[in-house]
Design a protein around this ligand. Structure first.
Ligand SMILES: Cc1cc2nc3c(=O)[nH]c(=O)nc-3n(C[C@H](O)[C@H](O)[C@H](O)COP(=O)(O)OP(=O)(O)OC[C@H]3O[C@@H](n4cnc5c(N)ncnc54)[C@H](O)[C@@H]3O)c2cc1C
Length: 815
């Protein structure tokens, strides 16, 4: 008879680094009544003896925080749990072959400084002092990452397992989860040794996550968006020179990450280990002819050395010692890839009380932090850091197999690539098209993908360079600059139209809908016939999301939010929705045209009927344009007189044609971003995130602490109001050079780091570089002189009054 527990608070499926770390973190918080099921040995996912701590270059605080936390945790883990481990902090050298790469390093070094980490920029010669076996041809320079290193993944997993067990958590090896059932609010996890009833389940099944995910489909789950890639590295035999050097120095060589060529080269014992991310990479188990085996634990794919040839040759020229040794062993193992290469950690989309923590491409380096994050999701339903970059809900229904495969191949082959602000990756495109997509492209639209939707970023004229190469720059200036300027001028001086498919759109109705909504947002509701912004705080008063609330009747609303927020926002509402209220998602049935500019009233005067164009700002009404029904919302994210026209997809082409025939100029997302930033309007998951409370985000006018309803975070916000927020949102004018401040640029006051930017862009109407950011409260006073660090240089920046830079009293908007 098995002694498998019959009940538990949490069941974790999968005992790799991530599952065990999650169990350990739960147990440390007193959640010891948890069981981890592993179908094989605990370390099944770790046949390969290597694990670098690659710092995150994805440009997200989420991953950077997670990795930094993990590395700190690993340093004391052996002592904390009493399990000795091989962990070498060797540092690493990142090599730059271009000016743009050096700029990227400078930016990362700045982000490091924000976190108190020193990552010096080095000349080629300085790098040789760290790594005397390295040649420096074709290098501009490099960066030193002092925290990189290698750890034994099996030992790491065992150490976290020991920590969890010692605290009272259960680990059941050779016990696969074979199915899931639901009984009321409880999950029943099926195994051959018996069933376990539990409150929460977490899918931590690594490259088997898609298969485990299938078990959740009857309860609302989707196909997990991932593909399994093959990742190879080879190990050389011992190299005498390296053995001698190591003996003399008493430590290993640093890792080389040649990010432009796309490989890492690290010391393994006294030999070398070369691991490329090849452009000509390969996915496995993607066709019915090549099915995924039931269990692949401790197994490897056949060697595929041909794929490595180019990289081996390049690395041999970089470190000639590599060519002096024979190949010892090749390792070719499975590695799961979500389309963007980042893991999926958080609530399982569509399934209440189920979570996921999988698709890790650097799961050894990230496992420690991932366990903290996932355990917070399970215990509290929210996390310390904003984790949108790894939130499973960032992928919606467009992420089908075809998309996942094409993106995984692209992402793997460009694992170390630079992510330029104006660059759009070409794979996995055209998943969702606007009803007027063909017209937009015919007009020169240079497209970008937004939650799978294609939108024009800017409109090119004949002869403009629309190549991908032209976007490989951190600079503001590019083929788009002149066109964006012209588009802004058209909106400011006349009237422009932006085709904006993909707004997330929900209908909420039923007796008591208004009262319930009042208990979800911090502010007030609009009157019938009007609309306003509602901010949804979490329990700590932090900014979960922002929605436009459009009130049709007392208890009937349409709620509109960012395209990427679709599943996040729907779940936020649906999980809290009381019986009796109806909530439905109409995102794919309707589309939107933004028509903005001082001539927009005249334009609609000529083409719209059954409408009152004198109705003021923040009103909405139905209307007819070109014989089609639509809704006209009197708002403008561009900050000019204007309307959003919302209509059924089938009616959009006729309306668009009428708007164009009446003289509107098409404009794109770049122009819109420039204009919104001049107005100080915040964008979701840049400026608006759970890294900030509503007060820190400067949203005071949307917080009504005196309203009778309770709402999430009210007590926290009341407390914060009394104490005064520690940080404040600011609009900065930056005395910038060739670039505008990207997200996560460090803000300085003298020699002290005092904040960070949340977005930045050039304001074409005010002819200045603008940054939105958050700084220490005492420095948020208008006129305060600060500095913004961009790509290694600091630029003067001045805090502006808390009002729009363009049309401060909103006269143009309300005209
Ligand atoms: C060649 C190679 C080199 C790598 N190098 C590095 C590196 O240098 N640094 C780094 O950070 N990462 C590296 N990785 C990636 C790293 O190995 C993974 O990211 C990491 O192992 C993922 O950990 P995990 O816990 O998410 O999943 P896994 O380790 O795959 O664990 C998932 C577990 O779930 C179990 N399971 C599956 N289905 C069930 C079920 N139904 N019931 C119960 N259990 C189940 C499996 O048996 C498995 O043990 C490398 C990968 C490869 C292939």
């Amino acid at each position: 008879m098995s002694d498998l527990p019959t009940t538990a608070r949490v069941v974790i499926i999968g005992g790799g680094a991530v599952g065990t770390s999650t169990l350990y973190h739960l147990a440390k918080e007193g959640w010891t009544d948890c069981v981890l099921l592993e179908k094989n040995e605990l370390t099944a996912g770790s046949t390969w003896h290597a694990a670098g701590n690659c710092p995150n270059f994805s440009g997200s605080w989420a991953v950077m925080n997670m990795q930094r936390y993990g590395l700190e945790m690993y340093r004391s883990l052996a002592d904390d749990v009493g399990y000795p481990m091989n962990y070498h902090v060797t540092g690493s050298l990142r090599l730059a072959h271009s000016k743009e790469r050096m700029q990227e390093f400078e930016r990362v070094a700045g982000m490091g400084r924000y976190q108190g980490m020193d990552m010096p920029i080095l000349t080629p010669q300085e790098m040789q002092e760290y790594h005397p076996f390295m040649e420096v041809h074709e290098l501009e320079g490099g960066m030193w990452d002092p925290l990189d290193g290698d750890i034994d993944p099996a030992q790491l997993t065992q150490a976290m397992a020991k920590g969890a067990r010692d605290l009272g958590a259960r680990i059941e090896r050779f016990c696969p989860a074979t199915g899931i059932e639901r009984d009321g609010d409880e999950w029943i996890v099926k195994t051959d040794k018996g069933d376990i009833r539990c409150d929460f389940v977490a899918n931590c099944a690594g490259y088997y996550a898609q298969r485990v995910g299938e078990m959740f489909k009857p309860f609302g789950g989707r196909t997990v968006p991932m593909v399994v890639m093959s990742h190879q590295y080879f190990l050389t035999e011992e190299i005498d020179e390296i053995a001698a050097w190591t003996k003399e120095k008493g430590h290993k060589l640093p890792i080389i990450r040649d990010v432009d060529i796309s490989y890492y080269l690290r010391q393994d014992k006294n030999g070398l280990n070369l691991g490329p991310y090849e452009r000509n990479c390969k996915a496995h188990w993607i066709t019915p002819e090549d099915p995924m085996p039931e269990d692949f634990s401790f197994q490897l794919y056949p060697d595929d050395l041909e794929r490595l040839e180019f990289y081996i040759e390049d690395a041999m020229a970089r470190v000639p010692a590599l060519g002096t040794a024979g190949v010892g062993r090749n390792i070719n193992g499975p590695i799961p890839y979500a389309p963007d290469g980042l893991p999926l950690i958080g609530p399982m989309p569509g399934v209440k009380n189920a979570f996921e923590g999988h698709c890790f491409t650097f799961g050894i380096a990230q496992g420690g932090g991932a366990g903290k994050v996932l355990s917070e999701w399970i215990m509290h339903g929210e996390t310390e850091w904003d984790m949108w970059a790894t939130d499973p809900r960032r992928y919606t229904d467009y992420a089908d197999h075809d998309y996942c495969l094409n993106k995984a191949l692209e992402t793997y082959g460009h694992e170390y690539a630079m992510h330029f602000g104006h660059h759009e990756w070409p794979a996995g495109r055209d998943k969702k098209l606007s009803p007027v997509d063909a017209r937009i492209r015919a007009a020169g639209g240079v497209m970008g993908a937004y939650n799978g939707w294609e939108r024009a970023n800017w409109f090119a004229k004949p002869g403009d360079d629309t190549s991908e190469d032209a976007t490989h720059t951190w600079d503001r200036q590019g083929p788009w600059t002149q066109r964006v300027k012209e588009e802004v001028e058209a909106v400011t001086g006349g009237v422009g139209v932006l085709d904006l498919p993909g707004f997330s759109r929900f209908n909420l109705s039923g007796a008591g809908a208004a009262e319930w909504l009042r208990g979800m947002i911090a502010g007030g509701l609009p009157k019938v016939g009007r609309m306003n912004l509602g901010y949804f705080p979490d329990s700590r008063g932090r900014i979960l999301t922002e929605m436009s609330l459009i009130r049709h009747e007392e208890d009937h609303f349409t709620l509109i939010s960012a395209a990427t927020a679709q599943w996040h926002d729907f779940e936020l509402l649906d999980n809290a929705r009381p019986e009796g209220l109806t909530l439905s998602d109409h995102t794919t049935q309707y589309s939107t045209l933004i028509v903005s500019g001082p001539q927009s009233r005249a334009l609609f005067g000529g083409i719209a009927s059954d409408v009152d164009l004198s109705l003021g700002w923040l009103t909405h009404q139905t209307a007819r344009i070109a014989g089609r029904d639509c809704a006209m919302l009197r708002v403008s994210f561009a900050g000019e007189l204007g309307w959003e026209v919302h209509a059924a997809n089938a009616d959009i082409p006729a309306i668009y044609d009428a708007v164009m025939a009446a003289g509107a100029t098409p404009f794109g997302m770049y122009a819109l971003n420039s204009m919104r930033i001049e107005k100080g309007y915040r964008a979701w998951k840049g400026d608006l995130s759970t890294d900030y409370t509503l007060f820190e985000g400067g949203l005071d006018r949307f917080v009504k602490l005196d309203k009778p309803q309770d709402f999430p975070g009210k007590a926290a916000l009341q407390n914060e109001k009394q104490q005064g927020p520690k940080k404040r949102f600011v609009i900065l004018l930056v005395d910038a050079g060739d670039q505008d401040a990207p997200y996560m640029s460090t803000i300085w006051s003298g020699d002290t780091v005092v904040g960070e930017t949340t977005s930045g862009d050039w304001g074409y109407r005010i002819n200045a570089s603008v940054a939105l950011g958050v700084v220490r409260t005492d420095l948020a006073e208008p006129g305060t002189a600060l500095e913004v660090e961009m790509y290694g240089k600091r630029y003067k920046a001045t805090v502006q009054p808390d009002q729009p830079l363009w049309d401060p009293s909103n006269e143009r908007l309300r005209a």
